[in-house]
Design a protein around this ligand. Structure first.
Ligand SMILES: [Mn+2]
Length: 327
């Protein structure tokens, strides 16, 4: 049920032992929101643990607080009175962490995805927030949190990554003003940017150049897509984690409005990332294929399917959405 931020804060105050859960295929906002929340709750004397039922990309691990996040096995015996799910539009996004909820709905959910369905007892979701980490920061302020430089930095991570390091349209006044406050409190943006943006390996670069060979640009240069097959991953000794920022490279092409990257991982499953530049709402395309997300960034997964067939169907859908805007 949708609540005000104040009601959520009151609910947090009542809790003693909290479990904070994020989504699989974790991104900077997910990791930041969990780690910041766990550290804040511990600072005010509560017992708190964070969980992600998936690998955390290695380059996040040296940022303060990230190592605190555990997996489902490590938390099997953890007793809590309050569960919280962050940065998830719906419950299936938490993957195997569902086991820890033991059939119950989460007590609290915090999210900023447009496609959020509201699946907890105390839901706060609002797509005007650039990142879940922005919501977490507001909760921190409400809780009277004393921010040190480490806490500020891990909170800033999510705000930085979900705004594309302050360059997407969601980088609004609130984003810059909170970021400035966190920097004043000691966050170092260079620690974050070098960890997140400067970790390319030679294998990744090779994979990227192979992906670019599959690039197609159609619809007067407005629609661009490319794919990476599972055999391309194998040939370059890469995993799907290594293709993290590739869809952004496709969107970066001049004139492209919709960028789509098809990733076959594992075999027989195709994960699709959508990005748009100025006006197309790509969350609608993702929703048509069982996914979700934001107007400018969304995604979905198609199981038991062939890469070529998915590409055909999705490209057709994307062409249609593009036409809706140009008519
Ligand atoms: Mn997010």
């Amino acid at each position: 049920m949708l609540r005000t931020l104040n009601e959520v804060v009151e609910r947090i105050k009542e809790s003693k032992r909290i479990l904070v859960i994020g989504h699989t295929k974790p991104d900077g906002d997910d990791i930041s929101s969990i780690a910041t929340m766990v550290l804040m709750l511990r600072k005010i004397g509560k017992t708190a643990e964070g969980c992600i039922a998936d690998n955390i990309p290695w380059f996040y691990k040296n940022l303060y607080g990230v190592k605190e996040i555990k997996n489902v096995e490590q938390l099997g015996d953890y007793k809590y009175d309050t569960s919280m799910v962050v940065d998830c539009s719906e419950i299936s996004r938490i993957g195997d962490s569902i086991k820890l909820l033991k059939g119950k709905n989460p007590d609290i959910t915090l999210d900023h995805h447009k496609t959020n369905v509201g699946f907890g007892e105390f839901d706060f979701y609002d797509s005007s927030y650039a990142a879940t980490a922005v919501i977490v920061y507001e909760i921190g302020k409400e809780l009277g949190m004393k921010y040190d430089s480490n806490l500020s930095e891990i909170n800033l991570l999510g705000i930085a990554t979900d705004t594309g390091f302050f360059k997407y349209t969601n980088a609004n006044y609130k984003v810059f003003s909170y970021a400035a406050q966190l920097v004043k409190l000691g966050a170092n943006i260079q620690h974050i940017s070098s960890a997140v943006l400067e970790h390319k390996t030679i294998n990744e670069l090779k994979l990227q150049s192979e992906m670019l060979r599959t690039l197609k640009i159609k619809e007067d240069g407005k629609l661009a897509w490319a794919y990476i097959s599972s055999s391309m991953f194998k040939a370059n000794d890469c995993t799907d984690e290594d293709a993290g920022g590739f869809v952004g490279e496709i969107r970066a092409i001049y004139g492209v409005e919709i960028a789509i990257l098809f990733i076959e991982w594992p075999e027989n499953q195709v994960n699709i990332s959508f990005r748009s530049k100025n006006y197309v709402d790509v969350s609608k395309i993702a929703l048509d294929f069982g996914g979700g997300g934001h107007a400018r960034a969304s995604g979905c997964s198609c199981k038991n399917t062939k890469l070529e067939e998915v590409i055909k169907e999705v490209v057709l859908n994307a062409k249609k959405s593009l036409k809706e805007y140009t008519m």
